[in-house]
Design a protein around this ligand. Structure first.
Ligand code: PNS
Length: 161
């Protein structure tokens, strides 16, 4: 059984993430979307909120599971018997950081592979940070995040949290 892990902060999930999840789930028996608990990026959404938004988005995908982890990704992978890390690449600018991560993870766990998927061209400009920036300033986020999370993202800023 091929278990793959798609790790990230998902603060919040975007349609770019969702595209990678859809494609990665096709080449996995089981895909675990793994939310990093203590991101150094100081997430806007709490872990519970990020997981709830993922659950609403992914509820109809039978071989996709949601998990969360703190500490090293490779330790989470071993705990779950997962063999491949899935990463999305949007542009050359993502590459240097992702190469470093992939090599560090390879050094820590030689049996675990990192697989890169090129982003769908329609989402190559998209990031969670961009979504937050738009929502904070009253810009439209239609088509950028899954429909079922849109209102919660907008509400977060309206409440001034
Ligand atoms: O969505 P993000 O914030 O770009 O995701 C980054 C993530 C969670 C994939 C990365 O920060 C990560 O794997 N962190 C866990 C710590 C770890 O294992 N680091 C790599 C070896 S030092």
């Amino acid at each position: 059984m091929r278990i793959c892990v798609y790790p990230g902060s998902f603060d919040p999930i975007t349609n770019g993430h969702l595209d990678i999840i859809d494609r990665a789930s096709k080449i996995s028996d089981k895909l675990i979307v793994a939310v990093l608990v203590n991101s150094s990026k100081n997430p806007l959404f709490t872990l519970e909120e990020r997981v709830r938004l993922l659950k609403c988005t992914l509820k109809d995908k039978p071989n996709v599971e949601i998990g969360s982890f703190s500490g090293l990704l490779v330790d989470f992978m071993k705990e779950k018997n997962a063999t491949a890390i899935i990463k999305g690449l949007r542009a050359v600018s993502d590459f240097e950081y992702e190469l470093q991560m992939a090599l560090l993870n390879k050094n820590l766990a030689p049996d675990i592979e990192t697989l890169f998927m090129m982003t769908n061209i329609n989402y190559s400009f998209l990031s969670s940070s961009a979504v937050k920036e738009l929502a904070r300033n009253g810009g439209k986020i239609d088509g950028l995040v899954p429909e079922c999370i849109k209102d919660e993202v907008i509400r977060k800023f309206n409440l001034g949290v």
